[in-house]
Structure formats: structure tokens, C-alpha cells
Design a binder for this molecule. Sequence first.
Ligand SMILES: [Zn+2]
Length: 267
Amino acid sequence: MHLSYLSPLLFAATVWSEIQSRADLYTRLVGYDGCSCCGIDKIQAIKTAWQQSWDVMDVIRELHIDWNEAAALEFLGPPGFNVQYQAAIQGIINNLGTMNGHWVELPLDWAINVRCDDWDHACDPLSRNPTIAYTVSNGPRGIATINFCDPFFVQSDLFNQVLRGQQSGDYRWKYDMRHYEDTKALTFLHELLHINWVYRGDPYGQNQRVVDFEVEFYDEATSRYRWKDVYGALYSKILARCTFKIMTDGSLYPQCPSLRRPPKTFR
Ligand SMILES: [Zn+2]
């Protein structure tokens, strides 16, 4: 009786004794393996990206998605396509917004190992589209791990881009989402979504893994159909026009509409 009453208090006291400042409530970055090299302050670049991502978290923490609103239709598709995923999408976005200060469920769950050593040999620097960063829920230190590849360190600074947009009188530049997405802070937010305690997958919830889809589209510049990873606003809009078929193994197969040239005859 006494124990059942006392143990939550003891637990709270133990956790509280570990919390020395508000900073300790944030998800914590640890390790920085291989990040002290090559004449760039990679550690500071990662910390700055992380801190800048908090401003986005502040916006989405209690965001309630109106599925009929223009931006939701543009980027998440019509409600008829996404109705079965709405609760999961809403929950994941709100949870991502708590990463800069949330109540921990299990001690040390909030630690993320950040690395620059390409421990899984996935950076692929010779590719035409080299990997910017990659994430696993359980890395070499037994915790969630984000590895930052070299292209990350030449991405723009989100705050600089936002400032430039605020000061710009060129509305085409200012409201073009592509000018804000190729930034370190947005990469950081993207990578967080691949961690199981962020997307609330096993063992933290019922959601499926958040994965990066590829979409096929017709590229007028090369007159060819191309496959492209869905990163950023433009490709998200293409993906939002797809429905998904659930395969027998539980994976999702996108079915995207494609447009043929106008018919020559009419019947
Ligand atoms: Zn990704």
C-alpha cells in the first residue's frame, strides 16, 4: 500500500533530481562521433540546426489540422485520400512539436546519438543525389542515431533564409517554400520523424514507420519520367495526389495519377 503510493513520488523525485535546468527537459544530443574534423565546426552546426528547429516545434505542438483547409489539401491531399491516416498524421506532428521540452516516459529516452562518421556507410558521396543525413531508432550506441553527411554542412541556415524572406519584396521568392526547406534545421526535423519514439511506432505506439517515398513524374527538362525522393514542398504536393494501397505484407504502395497528352479524337 505504502509502496504503491510512494513509488510514483520516488520516481518523480528521481527524475526531478536529474533535471537541473529547462535544457534538461529537451531531447538531448550525445556523442558527436566523428564530428571534430575537417576544419568545419560540425558540432556547432548540428547544435544550431537543432536549436533553430525548436521554433518550428513551437508552431506545430498544438496545431490542429483542418483537413479541408487549402494548405492541408495542397500538401496532405484531399480528405477522401487521407481519412484513414488523419489521426496518425495529427498525432505525429503534435508529438514532433514536443521534442524541445516534454515529459519523458522512460529515463534517457530523449537522448539522440548524433554522428558524422557515416557509421553505416550510407552517405553515398559519389551519388548524383548524395544523402544529407540518415537516422535509425537503434544505432551503434543502442539509442536513436542521426548521422549527418557532408552535404548537411553546406545547407543554408533556416533563420537566415526566413530573414531574407521577411525582407524580400519579391513575392515569388518570399512565398516559395523551396527556399526554406533546403536548410539544416528542416533536415533535423525531417530526421527526427524517422525515430520510433517520435513517430509513435513500436514499442511506443501503433503507428507504422515514417519512411521516405519516391514519386514518379514527367520531367519536361529531360522529356523523361523520373523517380525522385519526396523531400520538400514540390514533391510533397505530387505525393498528396496519390492514394495508397495496403499490400499483403502491410507496406503501402502509392498509386499516383499521371496525365497523358490530350486525345486527338473525340467520341
Ligand atoms: Zn528521410
